[in-house]
Design a protein around this ligand. Sequence first.
Ligand code: SAH
Length: 254
Amino acid sequence: MQRVVPKKRFGQHFLKDLKIAERIVETIPADVANILEIGPGTGVLTQFLIKNPALNLKAIEIDTESYAYLKEHFAGLEVYAEDFLKFDFDRIFDSQPFGIIGNFPYNISTEILFKVLDNRNRIPFFAGMFQKEVAERICAPSGSKTYGITSVLTQAYYDTEYLFTVSEHVFVPPPKVKSAVIRLTRKETQMLPCDERLFFSIVKTAFNQRRKTMRNSLKAFNVDFTEDIFAHRPEQLGYEQFIEITNLIKNKMN
Ligand code: SAH
């Protein structure tokens, strides 16, 4: 019996609805000059991106078959046949800022987001398609069920917009879940007014025990938690309040 060898997947769900592809491309604000597209596949977004001559477009695509297709159909386009997660941003756009767009590979969508957060000094704009659940988590306001580490860390640096929900039927093959298009626009201040490492560690520690009050989950920091703000559970606090807590703890530690 002949064995069917499964094609390597790389989280591939190709968009077949051109209207949605166009709407994703339209999320790019006019002041963004450089754009990196992650995972163009067979170029459903790319064909709209190249229509804008003002955009300096580059792409990164890990799949060799898709890469060959892109080289054939988009002759002038610079495509890196590489893994976005390992890609060194020093190599592109001459240290200039750049935006990122894509219908992202769902198997690594959170890693992509965290790489963007790590490189926020270069990336004023980030938009595209995620699984609906991940999109909701990124954009969730405090107090909602999906609000968590991802929401706080993203919202500390970016204004987040949940733009629209996308049905699984506009992809080949259809994913098991619904999708959504979101947009992140970097905030004016790129440095938080607190010790950022401590901020990260407080956010992570607090949400690891999201049912507990801050006072209880942050015990390991070994300071006194007299202020009222520590009586809250992490999901009730916005990133501004995490900054406040970071500064309180920092002062108590000194
Ligand atoms: N943009 C296309 C394809 C989306 S599917 C469309 O909308 O139809 C996700 C794409 O990301 C695939 O082409 C896949 O090969 C690519 N990809 C997956 N992992 C990647 C990685 N680590 N780095 C770069 N591209 C990746």
